[in-house]
Design a protein around this ligand. Structure first.
Ligand SMILES: Cc1cc2nc3c(=O)[nH]c(=O)nc-3n(C[C@H](O)[C@H](O)[C@H](O)COP(=O)(O)OP(=O)(O)OC[C@H]3O[C@@H](n4cnc5c(N)ncnc54)[C@H](O)[C@@H]3O)c2cc1C
Length: 385
């Protein structure tokens, strides 16, 4: 494969064009709506419309199935670029690409791919429903049940923290079809929003990524046909683990983009803000703060792109994906916090953009495996060698 397909150092022409388009979208559509979407905790429908029209909701879905026919790495680059302006918009795109279309491409039958991927790429938002009130890090303790009755599956249970749930039309729902077998009973079902018994519950009022919806899902006697089982019955644990391993690279990308956005703001501010008769960028302490951010972002970007490269090359990448997410979340935390400090009192207000990034950064240490759970994965692999 050509070196430029994996942009560790340089992007290929298609990637340059794609990112130029994302930058234009960021400036023309997202940035003018940023503050209101955050305040109202609502994704502007125009933003979503553009994400679909630009082909960003099915980035690595093959063209013959209505997707953009690009690669997983391209999706990672897009998520990074979106997060530079709004990490919420990056979340919408991330869940769609690295979890939902990814799982269907990897585990779906040919028929399922033909039925679901074209609509996901064109106009249907997807959501990934694993977590519950009592099972977060311990995801396989989930209590949602799938019972076989009269040739169908009947789903009952509640899911919590479901990203994209407000907008989504298609939900990947994990339920246990045989609790006696423990996690080996977990099965993944493709559920449409309009299925009787399927309800959207409370929408969370969050600290950050407020324009990305996070909702509760309620399943009451939801009847599902066999052709909506994704992968095999009892293999849902594999679908979950393997999709989340890949999804983590997406969260790493989101955190790198967020950190870069914080540095972009801090650099411009440091050149403008005058104290003691000069721009604060003239002070060595400020220069070193900016340089430290830059160096950390560069390192985080390389860990994320390397994890994506390894995944695409078919190499082992679980350690690298955990490191990428863990490190990028550390860097986003540091950079967004430092950006607030460099803005001084202004940084502490909602009139300036950096406090939002500071709030948005926190989620990087929580979802798709908490910060400690990433370290647990890294340590497990380290000690197993
Ligand atoms: C905004 C948002 C969006 C989300 N989107 C989705 C989604 O789309 N789909 C979905 O399925 N889920 C989603 N989640 C859920 C998310 O993945 C969980 O919140 C996360 O996995 C942590 O689970 P928990 O909240 O139950 O915390 P807990 O598991 O209760 O963890 C609490 C604390 O205990 C620590 N801890 C737990 N177990 C261990 C251990 N063994 N060793 C060391 N420390 C441990 C954790 O690190 C953490 O610090 C989302 C969450 C949020 C906040």
């Amino acid at each position: 494969m050509a070196e430029t397909a994996f942009p560790l150092t340089k992007m290929n022409d298609d990637q340059e064009l794609l990112l130029a388009e994302v930058r234009r979208f960021n400036e023309e559509i997202v940035r003018p709506r940023l503050a209101e979407m955050d305040r109202e905790a609502k994704l502007d429908p125009l933003v979503l419309k553009h994400l679909f029209e630009m082909g960003l909701m099915g980035i690595d879905v093959p063209e013959q199935l209505g997707g953009s026919g690009m690669t997983f790495t391209d999706a990672i680059l897009v998520i990074m670029e979106l997060a530079r302006v709004d990490p919420s918009v990056a979340t919408v795109c991330d869940v769609q690409n690295t979890l939902v279309t990814n799982a269907i491409q990897r585990w779906g039958s040919e028929q399922q791919k033909k039925v679901y991927l074209p609509s996901l790429a064109a106009n249907t938002v997807g959501a990934y429903c694993l977590s519950e009130a009592e099972s977060g890090s311990d995801a396989f303790a989930l209590r949602t049940r799938a019972v076989r009755e009269a040739g169908k599956w009947r789903l009952n249970g509640n899911k919590l923290w479901i990203t994209n749930g407000h907008e989504a039309g298609l939900f990947l729902v994990f339920a246990n079809a045989d609790p006696d077998k423990g996690y080996k009973g977990i099965t993944c079902f493709i559920v449409s929003r309009d299925t009787p018994g399927f309800e959207i519950g409370k929408k969370e009022d969050k600290l950050g990524i407020r324009a990305s919806s996070t909702v509760e899902i309620i399943l009451k006697d939801v009847e599902i046909d066999d052709d909506r089982v994704l992968g095999e019955v009892g293999k849902g644990y594999k679908v979950a683990i393997e999709t989340l391993n890949e999804g983590r690279i997406g969260i790493g990308a989101q955190m790198v983009g967020l950190a870069q956005g914080a540095l972009d703001h801090a650099t411009s501010w440091a050149k403008e803000r005058q104290q003691f008769g000069r721009a604060i960028a003239g002070f060595q302490a400020v220069q070193f703060a900016l340089a430290t951010m830059d160096a950390k972002i560069e390192a985080a970007r390389l860990t994320v792109l390397n994890a994506a490269r390894r995944k695409e090359m078919g190499e082992r990448f679980v350690r690298e994906a955990a490191i990428a997410k863990w490190f990028a979340a550390e860097v986003a935390d540091h950079c967004s916090s430092m950006a607030v400090e460099l803005y001084g009192g202004y940084g502490f207000t909602r009139d300036y953009p950096v406090e939002k990034l500071f709030r948005d950064a926190k989620i990087g240490k929580i979802y798709e495996g908490t910060h400690f759970m990433q370290l647990q994965t890294i340590a497990k692999l380290l000690l197993a060698d």
